[in-house]
Ligand binder design. Sequence first.
Ligand code: PMP
Length: 429
Amino acid sequence: HSRSVDLYQRGHAVFPGGVTRATIDRDPHPIYAARGEGAFLVDVDDARLLDLNNNFTTLLHGHGYEPVMEAVSALLSTGTCFSNPTRHEIALAELLTSRIPSVERIRFVNTGTEAVMFAIKAARAFTGRSAIARFAGAYHGAYDWAEAGQNGFEADDAGRRKARLAYQGAPNAVANDVLVLDFNDADAVEDALTANADRLAAVLIDPMPSRAGLIAPTRDFIDRLTAVAGRHGILIIADEVLNLRQSFAGASARYGLKPDLLVAGKVIGGGFPIGAVGGSATVMAVFGGDRRSPLVSQGGTFSANPVSMVAGRVAMEAATPAMFDRLEQQGNRLRAQLAEIARNHRAPFSVTGAASLFRLHPKAEPPRSWAAAAQTPGEAATMRSLSRFLRAEGILLPHDAAACLSSPMTDADLDQVSAAFDKFLASHR
Ligand code: PMP
């Protein structure tokens, strides 16, 4: 592991903790990627790993997908960024608005994190309210309220200064006005939304939050959430940054959720940085209006850069209903195999997920809530040792996040995952 060890030392000299972003595996050191080849990642020491991470679920077609590489190469000779709009952003916008039912209008940014921020701004501007309800354990980006304080402050009863946010639609919105609820708990959601109706701008919901266990929403939960939000004029923001990869029309369409705003990222950039916020023409109108005073200002030096736009369009054109069907069949088969192997060994492991996504849990029963998915230190250690074992078997499985398939993976590749899991359980009992 000589090159990895060298990079590990250099990384620690320049990055706090040795890395510039969270890595899925640091044990005994991060896997330093040298290149990707379809379903596989090759590290700097020439280890070849079936990549079930795909850059945190970004790559639907695996690494180095030829049509994307060719389109990007052709584009590079024309320049990489302009402050002017290009035909490429319109083409990707047309593709996305034509296939995602709740997205009539769209704006592009650079990351999912940014897109969530813009969706929250839009919801506050549209409703004139400030609070946001969200679900415990769900991840929506790692950021602070970057604009807090930019527009002055107001003092609370104790004289403490609270930052004021910059929304023309909701001039008194203050930072950190957040209500945290339990996913799939329809009773609690009805009560909380009803009691806070006059101050809630939106409910922010990932239809299958990965960090909270990758647990499917129940139909009853979606229906009652939709009804109570609609009754009180509270917008629904679907965060599909990760789960858009579930189907051709996205995850909301799949689970019967009809969001007012929808946030996307990851797969829609074909392997390049991207984020997007879309929604009904009525709500998205807050981004339009007079050039000098839209309700919500949106900048972004690299927003809608042609490289991401072209890569995203080519990747999404290749993401056909047939491709999603095949990934779903493979995902169903793998999830069933893993669950059966656990049962055969009478091992406390279960599987959640849908379509091309799955998560293994060190629990006898598949968890049905965020609380049930939470791991004891011992369970977390079991997942790390599974991930380390699989790595030695040539498989890259994130130990604390959603794993995913990519279209170049064959049934035989996935059988290797099942075989390696079987071997782990046989040797760790
Ligand atoms: N929302 C969800 C559901 C995500 O999974 C992520 C990224 N893992 C984000 C938001 C943030 O996206 P980005 O990393 O592109 O900022």
